[in-house]
Design a protein around this ligand. Structure first.
Ligand code: NAD
Length: 292
């Protein structure tokens, strides 16, 4: 029989991901802060819990998908948290994108409670979550990875154990660096092409067929063309991730000269009130710099 699942955090990613588990036959009990997301889970065949403690009490596997390190710490620790209320032997799979150190510390604290932990952040965006084709970068022990693999296969397509606890987060930090720089490059090209009077749609189509092509260009093309910046992936979250990769790189002495500039542009969007927009809104930052 399939393990019983508790799912904490039913946002843009957590809702469709947990629904994919339900479709795969898993019994899912969820908890999140918004009542309408709990109603959505019930409508999809899951069970809405009134608290984290209630959600995790009978669970064999607990999945967390919340914004950042402070939220992971808030839901993991303390008398009402996951570690205090989970069964001994339960497997906690944290799929949030957080600092590698938070994952390492969580694994250590959980071990004392008999709870096994994997960090398993994802890439592929909302579309990847809905279609269950996410890339899942995992940190932790081989045996726990093997135990989690069938469940992760209901959520994603590329599922790789990257190393010990925290390694999944390190790889995700690199992912976020590449994505931000790629969006920035596309945004600069878009402004350049438009100012040059070239048909933008035609240009992006042909660029996407060559070496300049990318998943970013494929997925964000329509956002650029329509100036549609509904998230998707919020600038606020990418700001968090640029902070994670900047700190982690500094700790190991890796230089991120271009990443540092893009991190500043992401930060500038936030201070101008655009933190709630999709990260394709880096186009706005380039337009402002270009007087467009
Ligand atoms: P979101 O803000 O849409 O959802 C977060 C959810 O966490 C919300 O439903 C909220 O209720 C819940 N939550 C927060 N604090 C909680 C608490 N104390 N107890 C219970 N629930 C709590 O965010 P999202 O876009 O789904 O992103 C989630 C994580 O996935 C982030 O770490 C993000 O960086 C990462 N991620 C997002 C995307 C994307 O495209 N959106 C892609 C890959 C990775």
């Amino acid at each position: 029989t399939l393990p019983k699942v508790a799912w904490i955090g039913l946002g843009i990613m957590g809702s469709p991901m947990s629904e994919n588990l339900i479709k795969a036959g898993y019994q899912v009990t969820g908890f999140t802060l918004e009542q309408e997301k709990l109603d959505r889970l019930s409508a999809a065949g899951g069970t809405a819990a009134g608290s984290i403690a209630e959600a995790v009490r009978d669970a064999d596997v607990i999945v967390t998908m919340v914004p950042a390190s402070p939220q992971v710490e808030a839901i993991a620790y303390g008398p009402d948290g996951i570690l205090e209320n989970a069964k001994s032997g339960a497997l906690l799979i944290d799929m949030s994108s957080i600092t590698p150190q938070t994952s390492v510390d969580l694994a250590k604290a959980a071990k004392d409670k008999g709870v096994r932990v994997l960090d398993a952040p994802v890439s592929g965006g909302e579309a990847g979550a809905i279609e269950a084709v996410l890339s899942i970068m995992v940190g932790g022990e081989q045996a726990d990875f093997d135990a989690a693999k069938p469940l992760l296969e209901a959520l994603g397509k590329t599922i790789v154990l990257c190393g010990p606890h925290g390694s999944g987060q390190t790889v995700k930090a690199a992912n976020q660096l590449i994505v931000a720089v790629n969006i920035q490059a596309c945004a600069e090209a878009v402004v350049f092409l438009e100012k040059s009077g070239v048909d933008l749609k035609a240009a992006l189509d042909v660029l996407n067929g060559g070496l300049a092509g990318s998943t970013v260009l494929t997925r964000k093309k329509d956002n650029f063309l329509a100036r549609d910046f509904k998230p998707g992936f919020r600038i606020d979250l990418h700001h968090k991730d640029m902070g994670i990769v900047t700190d982690a790189a500094r700790n190991v002495g890796a230089a991120l000269p271009v990443g540092a500039v893009v991190a500043q542009l992401v930060a500038s969007l936030r201070t101008q009130g655009d933190g709630g927009l999709d990260h394709s809104a880096l186009l706005r930052a380039v337009e402002r710099l270009s007087g467009a």
